[in-house]
Design a protein around this ligand. Structure first.
Ligand code: NDP
Length: 244
């Protein structure tokens, strides 16, 4: 199955590290014009060094007005990957209002906002499009110390479904990928301890965490015309964790 994004314009949030960075590079490699959004300038410099054709946008997505300003001139988009997120782990009884607000602001509100910006343009041009929200197995499975993170990803799944419902008539498809642990910087926060890691891998039928490429490939499939009739789906990339 060959996928090409020649002639397509894509935006990836959280493209400075991990899954977002790899997704931006893969899209560029497959012919898309890519805008990479993140908040750490040195990450964007590194990304551009590797792929000079990428259009960099440096903004903190938790700031609604700054995001509006920063994305005003990105131009028409065909593809969006809402990937940026933060994961601060706290026992439920120690969750603070600041942490709650910051997590919902990046993991949910920014995804909604950037999708509004992208989808308004897609609708106005009548060209359709594809949006992928990067969710998690944590949207559907309780994980210790992940109360806020799990809640944001549960909210993101529901947002995906409503977006699919409302944007579908404009031929804009909206789906999510729901990975298990990936050993990016975020993954290391919760799962570096070998004993804790084993407690998770032992519940994954394939017996391992996901690689960044496993997630990227699922994102590319959902962005592409190869999934033209798939809309409103949460695609686990979890080695079978959620189905057992
Ligand atoms: P990383 O922490 O490696 O990368 C996240 C990227 O998002 C970074 O570039 C980060 O920038 C950026 N980002 C975070 N907050 C903001 C913000 N406020 N404004 C702009 N950019 C921001 O994470 P992963 O690659 O592991 O995660 C990517 C996605 O995959 C997330 O949605 C995550 O929830 C999901 N996921 C990850 C799993 C894992 O185990 N790793 C498992 C399941 C899902 P900076 O570093 O400068 O903050």
């Amino acid at each position: 199955m060959e996928i090409t994004f020649k002639g397509k314009r894509a935006l990836v949030t959280g493209a400075g590290k991990g899954i977002g960075r790899a997704t931006a590079l893969a899209l560029a490699r497959l012919g898309a014009e890519v805008t990479a959004v993140t908040r750490t300038k040195s990450d964007l410099d590194d990304l551009l060094f590797e792929c000079p054709s990428i259009n960099p946008v440096c903004v903190d997505l938790s700031d609604w007005d700054a995001t509006e300003d920063a994305l005003r001139n990105v131009g028409p988009l065909d593809l969006l990957v809402n990937n940026a997120a933060c994961a601060k782990l706290q026992p439920f009884l120690e969750v603070t209002p600041d942490q709650f607000d910051m997590s919902f602001s990046v993991n949910v509100k920014a995804a909604l906002h950037v999708a509004q910006i992208a989808a308004r343009g897609m609708k106005a041009r009548g060209t359709g499009g594809s949006i992928v929200n990067v969710s998690s197995q944590a949207s559907q499975c309780a994980l210790k110390d992940h109360a806020v993170y799990c809640a944001t990803k549960g909210a993101l799944d529901m947002l995906t479904r409503v977006m699919a419902l409302e944007l579908g008539p404009h031929q804009i498809r909206v789906n999510s990928v729901n990975p298990t642990v990936v050993m990016t910087e975020m993954g290391k926060i919760g799962w570096s301890n070998p004993e804790k890691a084993r407690s998770m891998t032992s519940r994954i039928p394939l017996g391992r965490f996901a690689e960044v490429e496993d997630v990227v490939n699922s994102i590319l499939f959902l962005l592409s015309d190869k999934s033209a009739m798939t809309n409103g789906v949460m695609l686990p990339v979890d080695g079978g964790f959620l189905s057992c």
